[in-house]
Design a protein around this ligand. Structure first.
Ligand SMILES: [Zn+2]
Length: 492
């Protein structure tokens, strides 16, 4: 809701005025998130959340257990300690930790709740979350925080604007992906987010061991890199920039004003910890890698190509699904991973975009051959799966994959493989029907615009039309391909 739009309406009768005044007041609720990190207690992050106006009791504070595009459960509430709530006069209020679920209920607050404070045990978080992609970490000269792993919200206020204040050790540069700077301020950073999703989807980084590059791409992009072994910083920038420009060109326009690639190259915390995973965010990507991904003089070109593809894939997610998505993806349910019918679209169509982007950048024959090889490998993977996964209707597999995508990667890989193969078949149909004048890329561009304008998920029934109309092919033809893949895949 825009504040200005309400003013002309306030000139009406008193009753109307009161109604609109109430709406105005409610629209004005906002939150100040203050984050403090000190080397005096290096494993602890302190967070305080102040409401601009006291919140009505009972209020429930929630810490995420799900990550957008995480397709699994991640119990970040385990690492929250010393949770407290305060009234507007500063009185400590009784808080009851919910027996099940990631909630803290503030009960005895007749005068409202104006502030909650808590700490996050970063050491336990890194020890117990075994996938590097989902971790926040603290080192002697560096801290890297994933928003959703340390920030929570008051239930019902996820859509309200947020100001973020970060305080770090006074001589440490502090960087936030919400407002990236090539030369970050020392000891502090400030930013704002439209809502909790934007805050949770961002990252906060700080410390003398953090390297920042600003790349002269359009739009501007940043590399924020922390490495526990020697690596060739400028080579990471070169590989990233190559990927970034190709993705922006493919989609024709960028849905963000700036982008940050946050790269961590880490020594393993334990034998159980897994590295090499990346995660997309709306205007950043987190690439949390093991020591084997550092660049040395011996690193072969094939490694750069692999990393470029990884960048392309995750950058492409800023368009698909961040801007165009099916039901269940947004609004996001932070307490439980949402059941999504269209993970094959999120992951498969984004992978198809990656395949095209890479193939387009090669000499035509080479690109065509590479694309065919890549698609064949997806086909082979699907064929090699046990029948109950291989032949499971795609929506059903998608629901399963939306909660265990990487735990049982057969679900994840089958989903993105079938999704990309479906996209390829639709692409061939469009090229054929338009004598090569149009391709699926043109539909995807239009669909991103549709998503930006409509800000709602597409219904599955709408998808063939959204693909077919912008390129002038018959909706029923696209529907036929889609329905065949949704059933069990071709030839079954
Ligand atoms: Zn992906």
């Amino acid at each position: 809701m825009k504040r200005e739009a309400l003013f002309p309406l306030l000139a009406g009768r008193a009753g109307i005025l009161i109604i609109f005044f109430a709406a105005f007041v409610s629209a004005q609720q906002s939150f100040l998130y203050s984050v403090s990190y000190s080397t005096d207690s290096p494993a602890r992050l302190k967070v305080s959340i102040s409401a601009a106006q006291p919140l009505k009791s009972p209020a429930a504070f929630v810490i995420p257990r799900a990550i957008p595009s995480g397709y699994g459960l991640q119990l970040y509430d385990r690492f929250v300690m010393n949770f407290r709530a305060y009234s507007p006069s500063g009185k400590a209020l009784a808080v009851v930790r919910a027996e099940d679920g990631p909630r803290w209920n503030v009960a005895d607050a007749e005068n409202g709740v104006s502030k909650v404070v808590y700490e996050v045990d970063l050491d336990r978080l890194e020890s117990e979350v075994l996938s590097a992609a989902d971790q926040s970490i603290a080192r002697s000269g560096y801290v890297g925080l994933l928003g959703y792993s340390v920030f929570g919200y008051i239930d019902g206020y996820q859509d309200h604007p947020i100001n973020l204040n970060v305080n770090g050790p006074e001589d440490w540069p502090v960087f936030t992906t919400l407002a990236p700077k090539y030369l970050p301020d020392k000891g502090r950073a400030e930013a704002s987010a439209a809502d909790f999703f934007e805050l949770a989807d961002s990252q906060v980084l700080m410390g003398p061991d953090l390297e920042i590059f600003r790349l002269d791409t359009k739009p501007a992009s940043f590399i924020a890199l922390y490495s526990e072994t020697e690596t060739n910083f400028s080579q990471h920038s070169t590989v990233f920039a190559r990927a970034f420009e190709k993705v922006v060109n493919y989609f024709g326009d960028a849905p963000f004003d700036f982008y940050t690639a946050h790269i961590q190259i880490l020594k393993p915390k334990s034998e159980l910890h897994r590295y090499g995973f990346s995660m997309e965010h709306s205007k950043s990507g987190t690439f949390y890698l093991g020591l084997d991904r550092a660049y040395t003089k011996e690193t072969p070109e094939a490694e750069f190509v692999r990393d470029e593809l990884n960048f392309i894939h995750h950058i492409a997610h800023s368009w698909i699904p961040k801007k165009v998505y099916g039901k269940g993806y947004l609004p996001f349910t932070w307490e439980l991973p949402p059941l999504i019918d269209t993970v094959w679209f999120n992951e498969g169509f984004a992978r198809f975009a990656m395949i095209e982007i890479r193939a387009d950048s090669m000499p035509a024959d080479e690109g065509k051959a590479w694309r065919e090889r890549y698609l064949s490998s997806l086909r082979e993977y699907v064929e090699s799966q046990p029948a109950f996964i291989r032949d499971m209707p795609l929506q059903e597999l998608s629901r399963i994959g939306s909660v265990m995508y990487s735990e049982d990667f057969r679900t994840g890989r089958t989903l993105f493989s079938k999704g990309a193969l479906m996209a390829d078949e639709i692409d061939r149909l469009i090229r054929e029907r338009t004598n090569g004048k149009k391709r699926l890329r043109d539909s995807l561009r239009a669909m991103v615009n549709w998503g930006v304008e409509n800000k709602r998920p597409f219904a599955l029934e709408e998808l063939p039309g959204l693909i077919a109309k912008p390129v002038g092919v018959k909706e029923s033809d696209v529907r036929e391909v889609m329905e065949r893949w949704l059933a069990t895949g071709p030839g079954r």
